[in-house]
Ligand binder design. Structure first.
Ligand code: ATR
Length: 283
C-alpha cells in the first residue's frame, strides 16, 4: 500500500513487553517524521510467535522489533535473514514485505556502537582487551560489535560456561572464554567492560563482581536501561570510571530500523533521551 492515506502500523514483540520504552521512542519519531501511524507493544506468549508473525501482513503491519524471549526463535521463522543476524545468532528487527514475506536483521550491535560513539567519542575498541559478562543474545550482539571494531581480545565470562564456549566457537578469535569464578580477575587491563546479563535490572539482584582490578581508564557499559544506573555502573562510576548505560543502545538501534522500514533516518535528539529518561525514572 502506498499513498498519504496509509496508517503505518509497527510494534515490538516480547513477553513480557509492557516495560518496553520502544513505543515511546518510535511514536516520538512518527511525529518528528510527520508519519501517520502508531507503534505498539505486542505481548506475544512463547509458543505463539509464528502465528503472530504470520498475522502481521494481513493486519498491514510494516514491520516490528523483536525482544526477549523471541529473538532466536524469530530467526527460524522469518523467510530471509541477513548475514549479520545469522552471525550474531538472533534477530531484533523484521521488515514485512509487500508479498507478505518476512526479512530479519539485527540492529542491536549498531545500537551498542552508536551509543558508545555518541556518549564517549574518544572510545576505541582497539585500545585494549574487552571483557564481556553474559552469554545471551545481548552478549552476542556486543561481541559482534567489539569484534567488528577491532577489539584485540574479548574476554567472555558467563555463568553457563557452554554458552560462552559456543559463542567463541562461532565467532572465533579474538573471543577467549574465562570461567565464571575468574570473572573478577578478567577485568584486569581491560579497556572496555560490558555487562550483558540481566543482573542489576529492576527486580533482579546486582551483578556479583569485584571491581578491585578494574583499570581507572576502562570504559564500563551496561546494556540494561531499567534502572538507568545499575549497581554495577554506580560502583564503577564511584571509582572514577567513565560509564554508559543501556538506554542509548535502545535509542541508537532505532534509526537503522527506520531505514529498513521507511528509508528514513529519524534524529536522536536530547529531547528524546530526556523524555525516555523521565519515563524510566517515573516507573
Ligand atoms: P538477552 O537476550 O537479553 O541477552 P538472555 O539470552 O536471557 O537475554 O541472557 C541473559 C544473560 O544473563 C545470560 O548470560 C545469563 O546467564 P546464563 O547463560 O548462565 O543463563 C545471565 N544471567 C541471568 N541470571 C543470572 C545470574 N543470576 N547470575 C549470572 N548471570 C545471570
Amino acid at each position: 500500500m502506498s499513498g498519504s492515506d496509509q496508517f503505518h502500523l509497527l510494534g515490538v514483540i516480547g513477553w513480557p513487553v509492557m516495560h518496553s520504552r520502544s513505543p515511546l521512542m518510535h511514536n516520538y519519531w512518527m511525529e518528528q517524521q510527520g508519519l501517520t501511524g502508531t507503534y505498539i507493544p505486542l505481548a506475544i506468549k512463547p509458543g505463539t510467535l509464528e502465528d503472530a508473525l504470520r498475522g502481521m501482513h494481513p493486519l498491514r503491519f510494516s514491520g516490528c522489533n523483536v525482544t526477549i524471549p523471541h529473538k532466536m526463535e524469530a530467526m527460524e521463522i522469518v523467510d530471509e535473514v541477513n548475514d549479520v543476524a545469522r552471525k550474531i545468532g538472533a534477530i531484533s528487527c523484521i521488515v514485512i514485505n509487500e508479498d507478505g514475506s518476512l526479512f530479519g536483521t539485527n540492529n542491536d550491535w549498531l545500537g551498542f556502537l552508536g551509543n558508545l560513539k555518541h556518549q564517549q567519542p574518544d572510545w576505541r575498541a582497539d585500545a585494549g582487551p574487552a571483557t564481556v559478562i553474559g552469554g545471551g543474545g545481548g552478549s552476542r550482539a556486543v561481541c559482534y560489535a567489539l569484534q567488528h571494531e577491532g577489539a584485540p581480545e574479548i574476554r567472555l565470562v558467563n555463568r553457563t560456561h557452554e554458552k560462552a564456549l559456543a559463542i567463541a566457537e562461532e565467532f572465533g578469535a579474538p573471543i577467549k572464554v574465562i570461567d565464571w569464578e575468574e570473572r573478577h580477575d578478567a577485568l584486569e587491563g581491560a579497556a572496555t567492560v560490558v555487562n550483558t546479563t540481566s543482573q542489576g535490572m529492576v527486580g533482579e539482584t546486582a551483578l556479583d563482581i569485584k571491581l578491585d582490578n578494574l583499570s581507572a581508564d576502562a570504559l564500563v557499559a551496561d546494556i540494561i536501561y531499567t534502572p538507568l544506573e545499575t549497581p554495577f555502573l554506580a560502583a564503577a562510576r564511584e571509582r572514577g570510571n567513565a560509564t554508559v548505560n543501556g538506554l542509548g543502545m535502545l535509542i541508537h538501534q532505532g534509526p537503522p530500523a527506520w531505514k529498513r522500514w521507511f528509508g528514513l533516518e529519524p534524529k536522536v535528539t536530547d529531547e528524546l533521551r530526556d523524555i525516555m529518561e523521565k519515563s524510566i525514572l517515573n516507573g
